[in-house]
Write a protein that binds this ligand. Structure first.
Ligand code: ADP
Ligand code: ADP
Length: 219
């Protein structure tokens, strides 16, 4: 099963993907996390991506397509793609690559939130640099303020691109380049499951499960 998760930065893609992969036994492929790992490992790919990520721009299509098509193949086509595709070119390439294997996307989930909510979620996001767990300073607090629940004395950090000036550019980039991906799917006959993500995590994940279940069982 291939699920694609769409939504602006801060919509809750990563948070809800973690719950989806548990329920449907899929591999979580986050293009942002893969890029951050490449950067941490000092790879060529990481070096190429750095300037784009830090300025809130998209990494060029060719680099991302190669990286994500490879990751999806390695996951045996059983995955949730979080943050990919982010352009119409990427979406068309993903369809083409899946078709080569006789596969197609099973569900496109689109998290819909207002800019206000997205901005508050991103600027309050904190994560653990060791295990990658994600928290929020208001809505998903760790047990001890500023420290990871799992890695105990590990301090949480703010992603450099989650600062307000870069966040504004990332939201602009989303409207200029990524919002059109929803239209691409609708026009190509792929149903898009719009989810009101302006609710609690439990409410949002409940809506997502209900829609995916009905798509899978046809009920
Ligand atoms: P968020 O979770 O806040 O939406 P991500 O962690 O997914 O952000 O992505 C961080 C950055 O990585 C993006 O701003 C962009 O520079 C780069 N990136 C991630 N996915 C893609 C993609 N599919 N195409 C181009 N750039 C990407
Ligand atoms: P994305 O991957 O779309 O950029 P994240 O899943 O990282 O978004 O969520 C952004 C921030 O908002 C995180 O700090 C997360 O803890 C918080 N968050 C995510 N979903 C919700 C929700 N439904 N209600 C409140 N806070 C949320």
């Amino acid at each position: 099963m291939v699920i694609v998760m769409l939504g602006p930065p801060g919509a809750g893609k990563g948070t809800h993907c973690k719950r989806i992969v548990e329920k449907y036994q899929l591999v979580h492929l986050s293009s942002g996390d893969i890029l951050r790992n490449e950067r941490a490992g000092g790879t060529e790919l990481g070096k190429k991506a750095r300037q784009y990520m830090d300025s809130g721009k998209l990494v060029p299509d060719q680099i991302i397509i190669e990286m994500m098509v490879g990751a999806i193949a390695a996951a045996g086509g059983n995955c949730v793609s979080d943050g990919f595709p982010r352009t119409v070119v990427q979406a068309a390439e993903l369809d083409k690559e899946l078709a080569k294997e006789g596969k197609k996307i099973d569900a496109v989930v689109n998290l819909v939130v207002s800019d206000d909510v997205a901005e508050r979620r991103i600027t309050g996001r904190r994560s653990c640099p060791v295990c990658g767990a994600v928290y929020h300073i208001d809505t998903m607090k760790p047990k001890i303020e500023g420290y990871c629940d799992k890695c105990k004395d590990q301090k949480l950090v703010q992603r450099p691109d989650d600062r307000p000036d870069v966040v504004k550019i990332r939201l602009k980039t989303y409207y200029e380049q990524t919002a059109a991906v929803v239209g691409y799917y609708t026009n190509s006959g792929q149903e898009v499951l719009d989810i009101n993500a302006d609710k609690t995590v439990d409410d949002v994940i409940g809506l997502i499960f209900k829609k995916i279940d009905s798509l899978v069982t046809g009920k």
